[in-house]
Ligand binder design. Structure first.
Ligand code: SF4
Length: 464
């Protein structure tokens, strides 16, 4: 995540032409959305839990330095080693150096957005170390040379037949069917061998507990548990915002996360580890604490709430934009509403100026967010920054003209009369379907309601 992203409208246009993608997305997001709504309704204190999650995250961000130092001290006291990485290159170099120190040429990985964000697999490959993704969906994408389009269901854009073809071409024989049990078995056979021979694993972290130095990873398949227990060396890459103050606070997040993510009451696998335990699990443990733009996000009082995110993906599943375009249109590992506010801040608004506009501002994302991130407000804030950064003379001129017209009743009446006159060649049946440039940018994808033949004031004045 470093270069300037492709404009969202352009990428979205391409995605919208893929009917298969839209059908896959609709099926998957509809199912998860309904499951989530059902299990959330079961909890009478859901709103209190959300507020607790929000307050805990806000506390961590307000006192980040203190919590980070406490976490470092606790990890070190428990036999772990802590590394600090200012950016992706530093984090990747640390992991590669650890692999080289142990003469490792292949390692296993737990699904992790943070490692995708920093391009860890590619950096390791260049350094002669192959990283094997062990999450089923991540494995499918890795075998196909594809990348994730959903935070939680990375291969949401692939259906069974496509997966069968990918497996046939890579890890299974041509007799493999598209039966889900057979597909899972093929992946299991392939991965089991990797788990049993791997000497090093890399994970991300859902939460890091400042009080105890504990790392928590939640998952559904058990592959993560294999990675965090079988190899001799374990490296965890964790964004500095992933901390929570105390072990007891997990009680809040372990209720919020599974319900919001997969619509389950609890995760099938919740792994917790603290440093090194002699004779049990990895005997060497490293944590890489990653900044990579996060302190810049923290400096923005409105935008910093994006760092509260616990990556549940509930906002993706309710978003009318995401559910039609899918994740690839967002151009980063963080798609959907959270991607629209996090990516421009991590990269700098000049590198992703169209993402804050990839929203209808309907507010559905805010309503489902388990840590109450006010995504619409951050979107509006970032839109302001994007316009200011780009200059956009036509938009500024239009806003100035509107400001002038709204400043007095006479001006407003004149503007309305001029508007009604100007729309004559374009208005049909109360709707304007096509306008000349630069206004065509609006009508290219939606209609504009024409000005009414009579204003409310005119109607009021001519009443008997
Ligand atoms: S912004 Fe909220 S709803 Fe979206 S992924 Fe993050 S925590 Fe979940």
């Amino acid at each position: 995540m470093s270069e300037t992203l492709r404009p969202f409208p352009e990428a979205a246009h391409e995605a919208l032409e893929n009917a298969q993608l839209r059908a896959n997305l609709r099926r998957a997001t509809d199912t998860i959305r309904e499951k989530r709504a059902r299990v959330v309704r079961e909890l009478p204190d859901w709103e209190a839990l959300r507020e607790a999650g929000r307050a805990l995250k806000a506390d961590v961000l307000a006192n980040l330095e203190r919590y980070l130092l406490a976490f470092e001290a606790a990890v070190t006291a428990a036999g772990g080693q802590v590394h600090w990485a200012a950016d992706a290159a530093e984090a990747n170099a640390i992991v590669l150096a650890i692999a080289r120190a142990h003469a490792v040429s292949e390692l296993v990985k737990v699904k992790s957005l943070t490692t995708d964000e920093i391009g860890l697999n590619e950096a390791l490959e260049q350094g002669g170390v192959h990283a094997v993704e062990t999450d089923l969906a991540e494995l499918i994408l890795q075998l196909d040379g594809d990348w994730s389009s959903h935070i939680l269901v990375p291969a949401i854009h692939r259906n069974r037949t496509e997966i069968r073809d990918i497996f046939r071409a890579t890890i299974a024989d041509p007799s493999l069917s598209d039966d889900p049990a057979e597909l899972a078995e093929a992946a299991r056979r392939y991965l089991r061998e990797r788990f049993l021979t791997a000497r090093m694993a890399v994970s991300g972290a859902n939460f890091g507990v400042a009080e105890t130095g504990t790392v928590c990873v939640v998952e559904s398949e058990g592959n993560g548990r294999m990675c965090t227990t079988l190899p001799d060396v374990l490296v965890t890459i964790m964004g500095i915002e992933k901390l929570i103050p105390s072990f007891a606070d997990l009680e809040v997040f372990l209720q919020l996360l599974p319900r919001s993510a997969t619509g389950e009451r609890m995760n099938p696998y919740t792994s917790l580890w603290t440093g090194v335990t002699p004779g049990d699990g990895p005997q060497e443990f490293h944590v890489v604490l990653l900044d990579a733009g996060r302190t810049r996000v923290l400096a923005d009082e409105v935008g910093r709430q994006a760092l509260h995110c616990i990556r549940c993906s509930a906002c993706l599943n309710v978003c009318p934009v995401y559910s039609r375009t899918g994740g690839h249109a967002y151009g980063s590992v963080y798609p959907g509403p959270i991607g629209a506010i996090l990516t421009p801040q991590l990269l700098g608004i000049e590198h992703a100026p169209t993402l804050p506009f990839a929203s209808s501002l309907c507010g559905a994302c805010y309503e489902v967010c388990p840590v109450k991130i006010d995504i619409p407000s951050v979107l509006v804030h970032l839109r302001g920054e994007a316009v200011a950064a780009a200059g956009r003379p036509p938009e500024r001129a239009a806003m100035r003209a509107l400001e002038w017209a709204f400043a007095g009743p006479r001006r407003f009446r004149v503007a309305q009369a001029l508007g009604r006159f100007a729309q004559r060649p374009f208005a049909r049946g109360g709707v304007i379907g096509r306008l000349p440039p630069p206004l065509s940018a609006w009508t290219r994808s939606r209609d504009l309601r024409a000005l009414a033949p009579e204003t409310f004031r005119q109607w009021w004045e001519r009443r008997p």
